[in-house]
Ligand binder design. Structure first.
Ligand code: BG6
Length: 493
């Protein structure tokens, strides 16, 4: 299948934090890929900015090295590389000082009537100060958009304060809060699966669904990000945003259209219907863990505290939760969430388990009848599996087996799956907010997370240790097994 390229209008993008990790690993390679695909119009400019003094030539060399490190050699022909580098320039500017902002004004004045994107690839403490400078230097035109990265705060209160400081300069339709999970191919496929097929929606409710599991497992540890991670932990880093967004897409009512607010209104209703987990319930409904030394990615690895170089942190690197959505569609259907670092494999999936059949017409020799399961695999091997019962082929009586109808997107379509950032950056340019979080969504997600954090903070218990390369503390297994259910494993019976 040939990828379809949606043309975009002429734009300038200013990347603040241009020499940082996100810019290097994701943004510059993503922009290069879009250039390769022919989506970036002639004359569009990419302006790097950070505190560091750098010439245009030095920034171009930096960007070239970033692209070479993250884009396979077969996908970077010399002419495209030359065209891409030609678009780049650099302006040093510091959020807390006046230096550099006049220079940026001068550069941007040349394209005053273009679409303009200010991408804040910096820590959240700089969101307010940078926005203020953008405002006071008249760098915000009616066609200007601002992109902010997570973490959007550390609690509901700090998220509200951040949103307020961005909101002083930008109107809500100009603000793009990135959750890169929304840009993943299979996450969007969830919408297609639910709303472009007649098959699922009639059974997508508590009458037919037994429970839902959402797992986002990583084999990596905190790597070079311990400084940030130790102030966040898995609940803030993964659950408040990525996992709750996935839960919303599974649980929301059909939106009236795919327009940004139609979708975001429905997601918000789900967040507001989440049953609060407070007080003593936090202990019963959540498990937090921290990885110890063990084995991962084929070798011995250190524990979290050793990586951190401190013996005392109580930051969780694993969390499992049982959530419930108090509304008509989902009453009494548990949503089990788990995410962690240093788990046995990298896998992100959503598993919808349907209720058992009401009555079996088969005798015991047919074997057990397992429930239907729909598994939506986000990564790796994006695809969908629908587990069904069928008759074992051949003579020998009626014997039943549980087998998957298995669709791997890579096999079915044979196209490169673009990185989530490619799609999201171009959505910003196109002015499409569908895959971005609205202010009230972010705040509602925090409202559900805050009491869990508070209860953990007040507790004398610390996260349970788990050996790297295992599926987290045994309490996470108990969390689901005491309800008579098990975490899904691919080799399901
Ligand atoms: C980020 C988290 O948002 O998502 C990281 O801050 C995490 O801790 C990453 O590793 C996972 O993203 P992906 O796309 O690799 O699943």
């Amino acid at each position: 299948m040939t990828p379809r390229i949606i043309p975009v209008e002429l734009f300038d993008i200013v990347v603040f934090g241009a020499t940082g990790d996100l810019s290097q690993r994701k943004l510059l390679p993503a922009l290069f890929h879009r250039d390769l695909q022919g989506q970036i119009p002639p004359g569009a400019r990419i302006i790097g900015s950070s505190r560091r003094a750098m010439t245009d030539a030095e920034f171009r060399a930096f960007a070239k090295a970033s692209v070479e490190a993250h884009v396979p050699v077969t996908e970077r022909p010399d002419d495209v590389m030359a065209r891409f580098l030609e678009r780049l320039s650099y302006v040093a500017a510091e959020a807390s000082k006046e230096d550099g902002w006049k220079d940026l004004e001068k550069v941007l004045a040349e394209g005053a009537d273009r679409i303009r994107v200010h991408y804040l690839a910096v820590g959240p403490d700089l969101f307010g100060p940078i926005c203020e400078k953008l405002g006071s230097h008249n760098l915000v035109t009616p066609l200007t958009r601002v992109v902010v990265e997570k973490p959007l705060g550390k609690s509901g209160a700090s998220a509200r304060a951040l949103n307020a400081s961005i909101g002083k300069v930008f109107a809500e339709p100009q603000i793009y809060r990135i959750d890169h999970y929304l840009g993943k191919e299979t996450v969007q496929n969830l919408m297609a699966l639910r709303f472009a097929n007649a098959l699922f929606e009639p059974v997508w409710n508590s009458g037919h669904v037994d429970h839902v599991q959402i797992t986002v497992a990583e084999t990596l540890g905190v790597e070079g990000r311990a400084g940030y991670y130790d102030t966040a932990g898995a609940l803030r880093d993964m659950v408040q945003n990525h996992m709750l967004q996935l839960l919303c897409l599974v649980a929301m009512e059909p939106p009236t259209s795919t327009a940004a607010d139609a979708l975001r209104d429905e997601k918000l209703k789900v967040l507001k219907a989440l049953k609060p987990v407070t007080g003593d319930a936090v202990n019963n409904l959540s498990v937090r863990g921290q990885y110890r030394a063990g084995a991962a990615n084929g070798g011995a690895v250190k524990g979290y505290l050793d990586e951190l170089g401190s013996g005392t942190s109580t930051t969780e690197t694993f969390v499992a939760l049982k959530a419930e959505i108090a509304n008509w569609r989902w009453a009494n259907v548990p949503f089990y969430l788990r995410t962690g670092k240093r788990l046995p494999s990298r896998v992100s999936e959503i598993v919808v388990t349907f209720k058992p059949i009401p009555h079996s017409v088969f005798d015991g020799s047919a074997g057990p009848i397992a429930p239907n399961r729909l598994v939506i695999r986000l990564q790796p091997d994006e695809g969908v599996k629908l587990w069904l019962m069928i008759k074992d082929p051949g003579p020998g009586g009626m014997r039943l087996s549980h087998v998957p109808l298995d669709m791997s997107f890579a096999d079915a379509f044979g196209v490169r799956n673009p990185d989530a950032y490619e799609r999201l950056i171009m959505d910003v340019v196109r002015g499409s907010q569908t895959l971005f979080m609205r202010r009230d969504e972010v705040e509602a997600a925090w409202d559900w997370i805050d009491p869990i954090l508070e209860s953990w903070g007040a507790s004398s218990e610390t996260p349970k240790g788990y050996t790297s390369g295992t599926w987290g503390p045994s309490a996470a297994v108990a969390l689901i097994e005491r309800d008579g259910r098990t975490w899904y494993e691919d080799q399901d019976i």
